[in-house]
Design a protein around this ligand. Structure first.
Ligand SMILES: C[S@@+](CC[C@H](N)C(=O)[O-])C[C@H]1O[C@@H](n2cnc3c(N)ncnc32)[C@H](O)[C@@H]1O
Length: 260
């Protein structure tokens, strides 16, 4: 046995170094949904945009799919402050949403824009953008066909969603992470539910926390039904949505959890 193999054997049997880990904050079904949406939209011109990339775990996973499946001519914009949460966004969570500053401050403070760019230099289609998603001009990167919005807090999701929807191509999809009540990052959930209520969109959640917004191909649909939806809500169900969305009493069961 080679020395390196002896070391591996010792490490596997006597340490946890070789213990398999799940490094993603996103659920397997979210990653699967992102891949499926990339395939569904494969022939549609337009960019994929991940908003809130942290160190790039999901970015790296999806780069692998882009390369392995031969997707071409599709820019992948990776937008982040690269400096963790903005102070004013944390202030809102603390002052209006009963969150503890200590649980939010510095969570992604390790990040660094130039190191992040260097880490992805082997994927030239990845274009990193350092910006606040609440104020970024999404029209500058249109057409956009798929967005993964993963910025956790209420204010950036609430401010970014209408701007992203405006820039999204008809037929495109927005997936919002952390659409899960009673969690540290349930600000994302509140903002998603409010946006749906205000825009007559039936909320649908893939897995435990992935909110879906699908932009219809035609403009005459008053009720947006995601291609991921398994059912169309009846009118009574639909009209009750704004009430509980606005009262903050929603949960993913009410929103209609989808396991596709
Ligand atoms: C949960 S992490 C993203 C994880 C990543 N999508 C993944 O799956 O590996 C949240 C990221 O959102 C970023 N973020 C928070 N507020 C933001 C804002 N206003 N504009 C841009 N990025 C923001 C943070 O810097 C952090 O990197």
């Amino acid at each position: 046995m080679k020395p390196v193999d002896i070391l591996k054997k010792i490490a596997f049997r006597h340490t946890s170094w070789f213990k398999p880990q799940y490094p993603y904050n996103t659920e397997p079904i979210q990653l699967a949904t992102l891949v499926n949406q990339m395939e569904r939209l494969r022939d549609m011109p337009g960019a994929i945009v991940e908003i809130g990339v942290a160190r790039g775990l999901t970015t790296r996973f999806l780069c692998e799919h882009i390369v392995k499946s031969g997707i071409r001519d599709t820019p992948y914009y990776a937008l982040d402050t690269f400096q963790s949460f903005l102070a004013e966004d944390i202030d809102f969570e603390v002052q209006h949403r009963n969150k503890k500053r200590s649980e939010l401050q510095g969570n992604f403070g390790y990040n660094d824009f130039s190191i992040w760019q260097k880490n992805f230099c082997e994927f030239p289609f990845v274009k990193a953008i350092q910006a606040d998603c609440s104020t970024f001009d999404y029209a500058s990167i249109t057409p956009i066909k798929l967005v993964f919005l993963d910025v956790d807090l209420y204010i950036p999701v609430q401010k970014a969603l209408p701007r992203i929807y405006e820039a999204l191509s008809p037929g495109g999809t927005i997936l919002v992470d952390d659409v899960q009540d009673n969690s540290l990052y349930d600000g994302a959930c509140q903002a998603y539910m409010e946006y749906c209520a205000q825009n007559n969109i039936f909320p649908s959640v893939v897995g435990n926390k992935c909110g879906v917004i699908a932009k219809p191909v035609t403009t005459d649909q008053s009720l947006t039904v995601s291609p991921l939806n398994k059912r169309v809500p009846d009118q009574a169900e639909f009209t009750s949505l704004p009430a509980y969305a606005m009262q903050g009493k929603f949960n993913t069961a009410q929103a209609g959890i989808l396991h596709s």
